[in-house]
Design a binder for this molecule. Sequence first.
Ligand code: FAD
Ligand code: NDP
Length: 491
Amino acid sequence: MAHKKEKTFQFMIVGGGIAGVTCVEQLSSQIPSADIALITAGSHIKAVTNYKQVSKTLEEFDVEERPSSVLEARFPNLTVIHPAVKSLNTQSHTVETADGRVFGYEKLCICSGGRPKLLTQDNPYVLGIRDTDSAQAFQKQLSKAKRIVIVGNGGIALELVYEVEGCEVIWAVKDKAIGNTFFDAGAAQFLIPSLEADKPERAAPCRRPRYTTEEPAAGASQTFTAGLSLPHGLVTDLSSFSVEYECEVEKIFTAEDLHNSPQQTLRPENGENWVCCSDSSANLGTWPVYILLTNGKTFGCDFVVSATGVVPNTEPFLHGNNFALADDAGLQVDDHMMTSEPDVYAAGDVCTACWEHSPLWQQMRLWTQARQMGWYAGRCMAAHVLSEPIELDFCFELFSHITKFFNYKVVLLGKFNAQGLGPNHELLVRCTKGQEYVKVVLSGGKMVGAVLIGETDLEETFENLMLNQMDLTQYGEELLNPNIDIEDYFD
Ligand SMILES: Cc1cc2nc3c(=O)[nH]c(=O)nc-3n(C[C@H](O)[C@H](O)[C@H](O)COP(=O)(O)OP(=O)(O)OC[C@H]3O[C@@H](n4cnc5c(N)ncnc54)[C@H](O)[C@@H]3O)c2cc1C
Ligand SMILES: NC(=O)C1=CN([C@@H]2O[C@H](COP(=O)(O)OP(=O)(O)OC[C@H]3O[C@@H](n4cnc5c(N)ncnc54)[C@H](OP(=O)(O)O)[C@@H]3O)[C@@H](O)[C@H]2O)C=CC1
């Protein structure tokens, strides 16, 4: 670093997402006199609003983007610095920003988040969604699209397939059921009818008609075809929605690529006759981009959404240091959120929790965990400066997540998908179509996980049963008997 150091801060945080902002808030409240810098790439920061502690470990809040000046107004000792960090030198305890300024730190917390793990880089027809800018780019493209293909089976895909309207959606998933990151095939089956129903908030006239469903055969696609006879002039696009199960992407190519290799024969997609490009060139070039799946089908579309997870954002600014990285490329952190480099902490999507986890907790890259890690990292940084002891926070005892999919409240607790339990577990399921889906995971007679979809009101009781690890063997299936008030039962 050739430039002169402008100033050294006692605490420096890189990244204005949930983790970074919560870390700033925590440090500022613990050591109000501390000199803190927040260096972030954009002009806006992410703020937690309407925070609500639902139970011992479950929390709910909204996330809002706000100008970073709002944070500076709240904390007089905070300096927000733009633009992004270009490089970090852990030996000299300095960072250099993209505009060439150099700042020193005593303790640093890296909260640079993650970026979409795209199917392919630099293809303008393959979009990832990460932040406001990419969401706006997606919306712009969507407004003109007739058909899109969504690849991936996690949170973003689940949200998109429910929200996208007015265009045909083909959803390609690797698995036998939808939403495998969050639930099992039973829950998927419970949720699928929501894709056919009119959405509660939708005002007439609806842009996507009602759908009828067909059960998928193993490895087949499930198609929801338009089931309404539409009044003339109201809706012109008979859009449809279909899932291609158990397949991955073999190739993404443009019409130009097809012209260049005309002997390439591609199997026809559902209901269309253009794709066998060697003998039917009539429709060649109709779509800007084509996607060939491993089930042999090729779909033309306006663009492909790559909803295939995130990779920790460590490149390129952490190069040249000796950070220990986990298998998922996250910065390894210990139970004090410390990386392998001295005085450097990390929190949120960029890090991988490498302490010995509680048997009922796992890391998932979510808002809640970004907030909890940012908060705990702030506490650890302050405790180290003040030479106070600190123990791993209680929030890492039990995995918990509240969210909404297909307009249902979804609560996930503990090893909700029996993660890491092997065959050594038992499942209890209660399901009322269109109302609720309750799944409990038991291991050795104790409750270790649950998926609660709908207004089940069971989260607090189940959370307690998991935290106290009571032996439930004697209750058997009665645990989910809807006629028993389980809350009173275990009071
Ligand atoms: C489309 C989408 C929807 C989601 N929906 C949900 C949901 O409903 N519920 C949920 O729990 N989770 C959701 N998530 C996941 C959640 O957004 C993340 O887990 C969470 O935001 C991670 O927070 P973070 O602070 O670690 O990182 P981020 O929020 O990604 O923030 C990283 C920050 O670092 C900054 N930065 C990056 N590099 C640099 C650099 N070199 N120098 C300076 N600053 C830098 C960025 O500008 C940004 O401000 C969603 C994710 C996506 C992409
Ligand atoms: N409401 C909520 O809680 C929401 C949370 N999020 C979070 O935001 C982050 C980003 O979301 P998202 O991108 O959906 O990530 P997720 O990690 O949730 O899901 C990624 C999905 O893509 C699959 N996948 C990975 N690589 C490929 C590939 N090459 N081909 C086909 N499928 C692939 C994964 O399968 P496999 O697991 O088998 O690798 C997984 O099903 C996640 O951390 C997610 O938890 C996002 C939206 C909503």
